[in-house]
Design a protein around this ligand. Sequence first.
Ligand code: NAP
Length: 475
Amino acid sequence: MFDQLFIDNEFVAPAAGRRFDAIDPATEQRIATLALADAGDVDRAVRSAHRAFAAWRRTTPAERTRLLLKAAALVEARRDEIARLETLDMGKPLRESLANVARAVRSFEYAAGATDKLEGQSIPVDARSFNFTHLEPVGVTAHITPWNYPFANACRSLPVALAAGCTAVVKPASETCLTTLLLGDVLREAGFPPGVVNIVTGSGTEAGAALARHPLVRAITFTGSVGTGQRIAQYASEHVRPVVLELGGKNPQLVYADADLDLALRETVRGAFTNAGQVCTGVSRVLVERPAYTRYVEALRERVEALTVAPGLDDADLGPLVSEAHRRTVAGHVSAARDEGARLVAGGSVPPDRGRGWFFRPTVFDQVDPAMRIAREEVFGPLLVVIPFDGDEEALAIANGVEFGLAAGIFTRDLGRAMRLVRDLEAGMVWVNEWFQSPVQVPHGGVKHSGIGREQGLAAFANYLQTKDVAIRFG
Ligand code: NAP
């Protein structure tokens, strides 16, 4: 299954027979061989989705609900298998993979419940006409996903598109294809007709670009880096199609001296080092009010030094990074931070007891100036910077002073202050006295370079529906 593409409900070989390897980041061993699709393979997948759309769009909401609920039940039944595969392929601790699978189940259930609630409007015009809107599925949709939450991300947009009556082609990140391919098997077993979902593996610049530029694709949902997102937006413009861009972040956590500091610390550590920091919404900058600063940094050092780093199957606090190249990138940021004069508080290197695998110790820098690269650029790894501030104005200037605007958090007991900051923070999601509050029913997305549009929640259905206005004259 893993060395093939999923087209028309069949696992099929790529036409040119090209392959590439899937590597376990904890052992550096090959765990599977994958199909490397070319533009012709992508065309086959898109045409399959295009053919399937004619009948799929006419299925009743009840039929789509039943299939989506069946898919949810099958994902749940294969929970352990999927989670183990995700951990082997991506490196994350097993309990996190299990939580990601549980989230995917919720995504299918949520979308299943919405199929018969996608309502249009009637609009008063005059006494002799009836005017109403009808929401229609856009057609074939493309879903291009990153490597940090392979299964959960594929299951974030796909169920919504299917519930809306669209068909789909999914292109997972090259580092982490296995669980997305397994999803093909699950959806076929659930009873989705041939062509409704297709999955192509291959390089972003070849297969991904061919998918995003295909004229029969009517909407694109992309999750990944800013640079690729900008290219996707250009491709989308070639055929005037809507695009959802879920991009990076440099998310600030504002910690005030009056906050429950123990809670704030717990959330800093969880926010910064879940999935070894490879999280778009992770805490990457913690801004601490000056009276609490020294205490906070010291307590943070103690907690971070106690974190364990080991293969994901051992379920330590942090697994390996996804690839050797990515570990080099993270190490480069550490060197740059040192060169710029930041002070290393914890970590900063490969763990000495780990010979194989792309591990990196959880790392904290303080004495960080907001102008430093380490305070502005997304690292997407286990690296956290601590910055002191005095008062709301300075906190806001630092928090908003980057190109990103994905998530932000405020820790304080002063509700009035929290609400003023909620109003003024430039972010798509703001959390007060907690981190990572983004269940499937709430909109997820960013402002500025963090993206365009929203996934999750009812807002996401707009990505896959278009409005047709109908006017009927009867008088
Ligand atoms: P990436 O390099 O941009 O890749 C994302 C996806 O795009 C992969 O499937 C990739 O395929 C594909 N791709 C690359 N070049 C392409 C092209 N020219 N045309 C079409 N597709 C192309 O991002 P990543 O390194 O996988 O993911 C990390 C980034 O994702 C971080 O910036 C992170 O913040 C962001 N992210 C955002 C969210 C969110 O919800 N906002 C969630 C998760 C991650 P290949 O793998 O084959 O290159």
